[in-house]
Design a protein around this ligand. Structure first.
Ligand SMILES: C[S@@+](CC[C@H](N)C(=O)[O-])C[C@H]1O[C@@H](n2cnc3c(N)ncnc32)[C@H](O)[C@@H]1O
Ligand SMILES: [Zn+2]
Length: 288
């Protein structure tokens, strides 16, 4: 287990101190126990365990093969036209500038290892993917109040059942003056990871982020990418006849015809109305 976050941990239920006892953390106050498996602490209540699967069998060979045969990704970053599965320029620039930050928490990290961007990034997810340091639910973060220097929260808000509770947890654990990098979707098809609950207009997103000082805000993924992804899904659904297997084949097939639409984003960069059809927003914030 990485030692960088041990002193910041707290019971996700009552926020009291934890102590380490053989292969588990125990809470001093409510006496709940949290197992450690393969050096990864699991801060998940019994009732949430059904959403925790192991995805560690995703071998890199499978990924490499998929990259060769799958159609190009359907969306690109608005400013750089690079694949939006990577990281936005605003985040990489910020992390380079703030290389001295002692602890960054990546909530809903998936299996992404971002330590090449910043060595102090700790990955937390509700699912036990590869590169996960902590398994926990964002609705109940296992950290002390005001203990985290920066939080990355990218493409996760739409996947949580109660976004207001998660945002209040993020606010609780972030230090005063700490940073938050957010990405959230506006126009995207339904995509369950492990489920999918909501979308945000520009006004809706800004309203949520009101407790913070806004350092930067913009379109992360633009209208051309919205169209590319939605048209691909539209064609796959239309030609599936309601059959799941045909639908997945359709996504593959129509992906080759629709991916290029994402590059039309280049024409929207200086268009002030582009936010009416954006696919996703990004924002950089500081807790006052
Ligand atoms: C679309 S992925 C985003 C991955 C990554 N942050 C990125 O930007 O590419 C959403 C991730 O959020 C995780 N997630 C969903 N609900 C969560 C929760 N309640 N607590 C923690 N992680 C959650 C999912 O397991 C998944 O890995
Ligand atoms: Zn407790």
């Amino acid at each position: 287990m990485k030692s960088s976050f041990l002193s910041l941990l707290a019971c996700p239920s009552c926020h009291s101190k934890l102590f380490l006892k053989e292969d588990c953390f125990s809470c001093f106050h409510c006496h709940r126990g949290y197992l450690i498996k393969n050096s990864v602490p699991f801060f998940i209540e019994e009732h949430s365990k059904n959403v925790v699967h192991s995805h560690r069998s995703d071998t890199s060979l499978v990924k490499k093969m998929a990259k060769i045969f799958l159609p190009p990704h359907h969306s690109v970053y608005f400013q750089t036209l690079t694949n939006s599965h990577g990281e936005g320029r605003e985040l990489t620039t910020f992390l380079k500038k703030h290389h001295q930050l002692p602890f960054i928490l990546n909530i809903g990290s998936l299996s992404k290892d971002l330590t090449s961007l910043h060595p102090k990034i700790i990955n937390l997810d509700i699912i036990y993917y590869s590169h996960i340091d902590i398994v926990a639910d964002a609705h109940q973060l296992p950290f002390r109040d005001e203990s985290v220097d920066m939080i990355l929260f990218k493409n996760v808000l739409e996947h949580v059942r109660n976004p207001l509770q998660v945002l209040s947890e993020i606010f609780r654990v972030l230090k005063k003056g700490g940073f938050l990098y957010m990405k959230a979707p506006f126009l995207q098809p339904y995509h369950a990871v492990p489920d999918d609950y909501q979308r945000y207009t520009v006004s809706g997103f800004k309203e949520l982020m009101k407790p913070y000082e806004e350092l930067e805000f913009g379109i992360s993924v633009g209208p051309g990418s919205s169209l590319s992804w939605i048209l691909r899904e539209y064609l796959a659904i239309a030609t599936s006849l309601g059959n799941q297997k045909f639908y997945h084949l359709g996504l593959y097939f129509w992906g080759w015809f629709t991916f290029w639409l994402k590059y039309t984003d280049i024409f929207f960069r200086s268009n002030r109305l582009a936010d009416r059809l954006a696919s996703a927003w990004y924002g950089l914030y500081r807790k006052p």
